[in-house]
Design a protein around this ligand. Structure first.
Ligand code: IMP
Ligand code: MG
Length: 171
């Protein structure tokens, strides 16, 4: 039987995303901010975060898929590349979860080739104790060390993304 145990409420998410948006607005004043959402997991977080940022900024999306067979080498495939000009811009990668760090590490190497002026990372969930690859996260709404969570964009087998809060999935 599959059980969904409530973990982070809608209200908690709302407060944290608002705070993060306010901090980003302060940090990126007078910069050329571009949020880059990583599909699909970040789509709900990105939609809420962009509306909590009070300074001018642009939004782009990239699609990425990692294969289980190549995960260890950190090889990822882009299913959608960025549309906007990133050269000389201040890019902020918006992720759902940073877990082993493999996906993010590959993404950072990829975005470096666009020669942005600065590159930082914002994630909804940071599972920092589970890193295999050392990557730095600049903004994290929540920290988590165990469990597999779903909802608010996060999926298990493409399901549960629509849930408005975050749940611990017990299989
Ligand atoms: P990693 O950092 O390369 O290990 O991969 C992180 C990705 O794995 C995230 O972007 C999610 O798509 C997925 N992921 C890791 N932990 C969870 C979880 O608890 N729930 C849903 N997806 C997860
Ligand atoms: Mg992901």
């Amino acid at each position: 039987m599959t059980t969904l145990v409530p973990m982070i409420s809608q209200e908690e998410i709302k407060q944290k995303v608002k705070k993060t948006g306010q901090q980003i607005s302060l940090d990126y004043e007078n910069k050329e901010l571009i949020l880059i959402g990583i599909l699909k997991g970040s789509f709900i977080f990105l939609a809420d975060l962009t509306r909590m940022i009070t300074i001018d900024h642009k939004v782009d999306l990239v699609g990425v898929s990692s294969y289980s067979g190549t995960r260890t080498t950190g090889i990822i495939k882009f299913t959608k590349e960025p549309d906007l000009e990133l050269k000389g811009k201040d890019i902020l990668i918006v992720e759902d979860i940073v877990d082993t760090g493999r996906t993010l590490s590959a993404l950072l190497n990829f975005f470096k080739t666009y020669k942005p002026r600065s590159m930082k990372v914002c994630t909804l969930i940071d599972k920092s104790e589970r890193r295999d690859v050392p990557v730095e996260v600049d903004y994290a709404c929540f920290h988590l060390n165990e469990g597999f969570i779903v909802g608010y964009g996060l999926d298990y087998d493409q399901k549960y993304r629509h849930l408005p809060a975050i749940f611990d999935l017990k299989l």
